[in-house]
Design a protein around this ligand. Structure first.
Ligand SMILES: *Cc1c(COP(=O)(O)O)cnc(C)c1O
Length: 391
C-alpha cells in the first residue's frame, strides 16, 4: 500500500524535533551536528533569534495579502537585493525551480519582444535547476527526465568544461541565453573556474545571449561572497536565488537587469504566494545579516580553517577520501568508498552531511557555525571515516 506521503524520497530513518544553531535534536533525544543545513537552506542555523523574531512579529500582524496589492516587506527586500547586486529588479518566488521557470520565460520574452525568434537556452551536463518541467529540461539528465517526456523544448546541452563545444554552440544564431551554476551543487560541488565565467561573459557580450546564473545553492554568502560570481568579477543578466535567502522559510527570487527584464510587463508573470509578507519579513532579516561585509569575512575565515581540517582528514584517510573541493562553506569530499556509506557513517557519529553526484559528500554548514562546532565537525568526520575501514 502506498505511503500517505508520496514515496519520491529516500529518507534517512531520522526525525528531528527541534534545533539550535548548528545542532538538531532527534526525537529520541540524540543531538546531531548539522553540516547539511537543510541543503544549504538554514544559512543562519536553527532557531536563530533574529529570524524567529522577524517571523513571529510578522505572523502576529499579517501573513498574506497576494500580489494584488503592494507588499512593503517585498519592496524593501527588492531594494536591498538591487542595492547589493548587479540587478535592477527582482521577482519573488517560493522556490528555486520557480525562479528557473521565470528565467526561461524572461529569456524567451526578451528576444520575442524584440521581434526575434532566438529561443534556445544552452545548459551544462551535471547541472541542477530544480524539478519543474523547465528545470528538468534545462538540466537534461536522464535521471530526472526519464518517463516525463515530451520535455519542454528549446534546451541544448553541452559537456561541462568543454570550451570548444561551448564556442561552437554560442555561434548558433538561435541561442537566446546560457544557464549555469557558478558552483555546481547536486552535480558534486564543482566550481566553474573564474576564467571560464569571464570567458562566458565575453562570449555572451559578443553574441547578445543572456547569461543566467543559478545561485540557488552557491549564493547568499555560501562561498564567502554574497554571490559566488563576485569572485570572478563578472555580472550576469539574470540570477536565480532561493535556499539560503529564506533561512528555512520558503522564498526564492529571480534577479535581473533592466535590459533582461524588458519584455516582462504587467500580466506577463505572477505568483499567488511569491514574496508574501511572512516570507519577505524573514528574507529581510537574512539579508541584513548575510549581506554584511564583516559577516562575509567571517564566513571566509571559517571556510579557510574548515577546509584545512578537511585536507587533513583526506590525508589521514586516503582509503576513504580522495580530495576536498568547493568554495567557502560549500565544500565537497570526493570519496573512494560509496558516498552513501560515508553519509551513513556520519549518521553513526550523529552528524548530518549530504550526498551529491560524482560520489561526493557535501558539507554545507550554517554560515554562522561556531569555531567550536567546526572543530567538532572535523572530529566527528574523522571518527566516521575511521569506522569505515577495518582496523
Ligand atoms: C536546490 C536547487 C534548485 C531548486 O530549488 P528548489 O527550491 O528545490 O526548487 C535549483 N538550482 C540549484 C542550483 C539548486 O541547488
Amino acid at each position: 500500500m502506498i505511503d500517505p506521503v508520496l514515496p519520491t524520497y529516500n529518507r534517512a530513518p531520522l526525525s528531528f524535533v527541534s534545533g539550535e544553531g548548528s545542532w538538531l535534536v532527534e526525537k529520541d533525544g540524540r543531538r546531531f551536528l548539522d553540516l547539511g543545513a537543510g541543503i544549504a537552506v538554514n544559512a543562519l542555523g536553527h532557531a536563530h533569534p533574529g529570524l524567529t523574531k522577524a517571523l513571529t512579529d510578522q505572523a502576529g500582524a499579517l501573513w498574506h495579502t497576494s500580489n494584488l496589492y503592494h507588499i512593503p516587506q517585498q519592496e524593501t527586500l527588492a531594494e536591498k537585493l538591487v542595492e547589493a547586486t548587479f540587478a535592477d529588479t527582482c521577482f519573488f518566488t517560493n522556490s528555486g525551480t520557480e525562479a528557473c521557470e521565470l528565467a526561461v520565460k524572461m529569456a524567451r520574452k526578451y528576444w520575442s519582444s524584440q521581434g526575434s525568434d532566438r529561443h534556445v537556452i544552452l545548459a551544462f551536463t551535471g547541472s541542477f535547476h530544480g524539478r519543474s518541467a523547465a528545470g528538468i529540461a534545462a538540466a537534461g539528465s536522464e535521471k530526472m527526465t526519464a518517463g516525463f517526456g515530451p520535455l519542454l523544448p528549446g534546451f541544448r546541452h553541452l559537456p561541462f568544461g568543454d570550451h570548444d563545444a561551448l564556442r561552437a554552440a554560442m555561434a548558433e544564431p538561435d541561442v537566446a541565453a546560457v544557464i549555469l551554476e557558478p558552483v555546481q551543487g547536486e552535480g558534486g560541488i564543482v566550481p566553474v573556474p573564474d576564467q571560464c565565467l569571464k570567458g562566458l561573459r565575453d562570449a555572451c557580450d559578443e553574441t547578445g545571449a543572456l547569461m543566467i546564473l543559478d545561485e540557488v545553492q552557491c549564493g547568499m554568502g555560501r562561498t564567502g561572497r554574497l554571490f559566488a560570481h563576485e569572485w570572478a568579477g563578472v555580472t550576469p543578466d539574470m540570477m536565480m536565488v532561493a535556499k539560503g535567502i529564506g533561512g528555512g522559510f520558503p522564498l526564492g527570487a529571480l534577479l535581473a537587469t533592466e535590459n533582461a527584464a524588458r519584455g516582462m510587463t504587467a500580466g506577463t508573470h505572477g505568483s499567488t504566494y511569491g514574496g508574501n509578507p511572512l516570507a519577505c519579513a524573514v528574507g529581510n532579516a537574512v539579508m541584513d545579516t548575510v549581506a554584511d561585509e564583516d559577516f562575509l569575512a567571517e564566513v571566509r575565515r571559517k571556510a579557510g580553517t574548515f577546509r584545512q581540517a578537511l585536507e587533513g582528514l583526506v590525508a589521514s584517510h586516503p582509503e576513504v577520501f580522495e580530495a576536498v573541493r568547493g568554495s567557502g562553506l560549500m565544500l565537497g569530499l570526493k570519496c573512494r568508498v560509496p558516498a552513501g556509506d560515508v553519509v551513513q557513517a556520519a549518521y553513526g557519529q550523529e552528524t548530518c552531511i549530504v550526498p551529491a553526484a560524482d560520489n561526493v559528500v557535501r558539507l554545507l554548514p550554517p554560515l554562522n557555525i561556531t569555531d567550536d562546532d567546526l572543530r567538532e565537525a572535523a572530529v566527528r568526520l574523522d571518527r566516521a571515516a575511521a569506522s569505515l575501514v577495518p582496523a
